[in-house]
Design a protein around this ligand. Structure first.
Ligand SMILES: Cc1ncc(C[n+]2csc(CCOP(=O)(O)OP(=O)(O)O)c2C)c(N)n1
Ligand code: SF4
Length: 252
């Protein structure tokens, strides 16, 4: 019996993320969930920019590219035009929490029935490691070489908790991609976020804590540890909102 196989909807392209980047794990989890739920033929993915934009090469569904930060707004448009489609956006933290803050907040507040995957690596990855709104206190980046100082640069934004307070949000969870246990939990949350859309329950978001070894300036294994040491104290894992009657699937 095969215990591991390649998701059918993954293309033959090799991942072009940097070695050790957990964007690859996020990509695989989305592909596995689409296969398992039999959704690939009806799915439209929306990407804006940042390293997440490479997803269109790896998953064999329809994709639209949005301007930077606008993936959730474009996803809303696609879902309203094609209500039968499964529509998801896959966005980094610079994209979703800085450039696209307005779009994500209003999509969530309206309760648009879309699924958002939010890859939080606490940094602008593609452009060279600048501070993002999600950069944690004390974290060194290329624009905060001495470490983020709240007195100068403010405090990190917990987007998922903030969005979970909005009535239009049906499902809001944070998971991490840094250990086998956390990846298994992440998989459940990814599936659940698609199921919430299939059942027409409202807006769903899954934040995935992800590594950027290249711009964090550490080896891949050290980057996995930094998620535990550096990110979890600011970004606890869990489901902040689940639809009534649905069980929680992330047990932290
Ligand atoms: C309106 C606009 N501002 C800035 C940029 C430049 N830009 C491209 S990718 C990127 C960083 C993306 O970082 P993030 O969303 O965190 O994704 P990551 O690469 O870390 O996965 C920036 C600032 C742009 N293309 N458009
Ligand atoms: S720059 Fe960072 S986020 Fe982008 S692929 Fe490389 S490691 Fe991943």
């Amino acid at each position: 019996m095969k215990i591991a196989s390649r998701p059918k909807c993954l293309t033959k392209e090799h991942f072009s993320y940097c070695p050790g980047c957990t964007h690859g794990i996020g990509t695989r989890l989305v592909a596995e969930a689409l296969d398992e739920l039999g959704l690939i033929e009806e799915t439209v993915g929306v990407l804006s920019v940042g390293c997440s934009v490479m997803l269109y090469k790896f998953i064999d569904c329809d994709f639209i590219q949005a301007p930077h930060g606008r993936a959730s707004a474009v996803a809303v448009g696609v879902k309203r035009a094609l209500p039968e489609a499964t529509v998801f956006a896959y966005q980094g933290d610079g994209d979703l929490a800085a450039i696209g803050t307005a779009e994500i907040v209003h999509a969530a507040a309206r309760g648009d029935k879309i699924t958002i995957f939010f890859l939080n690596n606490a940094i602008y990855g593609m452009t060279g490691g600048q501070m993002a709104p999600t950069t944690v206190e004390g974290q060194a980046t290329t624009t905060t070489p001495e470490g983020r100082d709240p007195a100068l640069q403010g405090y990190p934004i917990r987007m998922t908790e903030m969005l979970s307070t909005l009535d239009g949000v049906a499902y809001a969870a944070r998971v991490a991609l840094n250990s086998p246990r956390n990846v298994r939990q992440a998989k459940r949350a990814v599936r659940r976020a698609f199921e919430v859309q299939q059942e027409g329950l409202g807006f769903a978001i899954v934040e995935m804590l992800s590594t950027c070894p290249t711009n964090w300036g550490v080896k891949p294994t050290a980057a996995l540890e930094l998620i535990d040491k550096q990110m979890l104290p600011t970004y606890p894992l869990g489901e902040f909102k689940v639809p009534e009657g649905m069980k929680k699937v992330v047990t932290c």
